[in-house]
Design a protein around this ligand. Structure first.
Ligand code: HSE
Length: 406
């Protein structure tokens, strides 16, 4: 079975490496030989073993009737979307690691695959090497999933871990994450939370079988998390993680991405470095957690190649996947419940104002910061918390505030 790989970057070259390394077992599992017939890239790779099959002409690939599977690992929306659509319309299977593409067009592309008796597979788009898409589609089908919480971005988890454990500066660790091939082409997508936002949108769309628009998910990255916040967290028996969350509350769903202080006993607290983990709660299974490397060449390529095998096994047979274009009813951002850990500059009378404004708080002692007051608010709707912060700012300087989970 012939495949074509669109994009010979970190993931694309990883796919070639995995197929070559594990050729025999992959072919055995696919039930046929997987042959890489074309690699599409605008760049040249002199001396690389793929040099002879490299092309910059997508038409050559799309018009090659011997190509059954298109592997899209270019990233970005265009031309990836156009290429993927054309491939599905021609009855070719598509495998992708492109979370932007899946979050935005997943429902439509799954429908197109169904209409053409082929498959659109995207295991590598969430959690790198962690199997999570197939478990959601095929294993957790007995459950009503009501909550998903995940560390969904390897780069930011790597940065937070190195800042916390080695006291290294943000910029330096980000550079290392880029060199290791974890970060997005524009690392703002990682550090500002956009990548995690797309991933939680994909997981919640699959869990609730309807469209969760990533644009409607309140998203905050890790750029405001300071060394001081981390020191407080560790003193309190907490750690700080960038979490993607979605939860069903009555008929509505709410989702968010933000840094959150979680207690060390929380199942996601020990997840360090480039590892990701996804904690799912279902009404029958209870809690189930998936853990593994969330970014990097080979882990991501492992998920892509597993999808290639799946596509090979299902040539001409559409694997049913439930994700309709109909939108999920999302809770307004202002109604999402939240509690905060807050640091303010010490000033006469501020303690009383805080008690009054936040209707009672839990005070946090930290002798390393004698000029500060720190406290944990009660959980309440985001809009109400915002109003309270506005009021507090009239009386005190707020050093930082961060979501906290008990
Ligand atoms: N930049 C992403 C991350 C790559 O760090 O998680 C994997 O999607």
């Amino acid at each position: 079975m012939n495949i074509a790989i669109l994009g010979y970057g970190v993931v694309g070259s990883g796919v070639v490496e995995v197929i070559n390394t594990n050729k025999e077992s992959i072919n055995m599992r696919a039930g046929r030989e997987i042959n890489i017939k074309h690699v599409l890239d605008l760049r040249k790779f002199p001396g690389d073993p793929i040099e002879d099959i490299l092309t910059d002409d997508f038409d050559k690939i799309i018009n090659d009737d011997d190509v059954d599977i298109i592997v899209e690992v270019m990233g970005g929306l265009e031309p990836a979307y156009t290429f993927v659509k054309q491939a599905l319309e021609k009855g070719k299977s598509v495998v992708t690691s492109n979370k932007e593409l899946v979050a935005k067009y997943g429902a439509g592309l799954l429908q197109l695959a169904k209409e053409n008796s082929t498959n659109f597979l995207f295991e590598a788009s969430v959690g790198g090497g962690i199997p999570i898409i197939r478990p959601l589609n095929e294993s957790l089908t007995a459950d009503e999933i009501y909550e998903i919480t995940g560390i969904l971005n390897g780069t930011t988890n790597f940065i937070l871990t190195k800042m916390e454990e080695e006291g290294r500066p943000f910029e330096e660790v980000l550079k290392e994450a880029q060199e290791l091939g974890y970060a997005e082409a524009d690392p703002e997508a990682d550090v500002e939370g956009h990548d995690a936002c797309r991933k939680i949108a994909i997981l919640s769309s699959l869990a609730f079988a309807r469209q969760v628009n990533f644009e409607e998910i309140p998203t905050e990255g890790i750029t405001k998390v300071s060394k001081g916040d981390m020191e407080y967290a560790s003193k309190m028996g907490y750690t700080i993680k960038l979490l993607g969350r979605c939860k069903r509350k009555g008929k509505e769903i709410f989702a968010s991405v933000s840094p959150v202080m979680i207690p060390l006993e929380h199942p996601l607290a020990p997840v360090k470095d480039v590892f990701n983990a996804i904690l799912i709660k279902g009404n029958v299974i209870g809690e189930v957690m998936f853990y593994g490397k969330g970014a990097g060449k080979l882990p991501t390529a492992s998920a892509v190649v597993a999808d290639i095998v799946e596509a090979a096994k299902h040539k001409g047979i559409n694997i049913i996947s439930h994700w309709s274009k109909e939108k999920v009813e999302m809770m307004e951002a202002g109604k999402i419940p939240a509690s905060y850990f807050v640091r303010v500059q010490k000033k006469d009378g501020v303690k009383e104002i805080i008690e009054d404004t936040f209707l009672g708080v839990k005070w946090v002692e930290n002798e390393d910061y004698p000029e500060e007051l720190a406290f944990i608010t009660q959980e309440d709707e985001e809009d109400l918390q915002k109003d309270r912060f506005e009021k507090l700012k009239d009386h005190a300087y707020v050093i930082s505030s961060i979501n906290i989970e008990g």
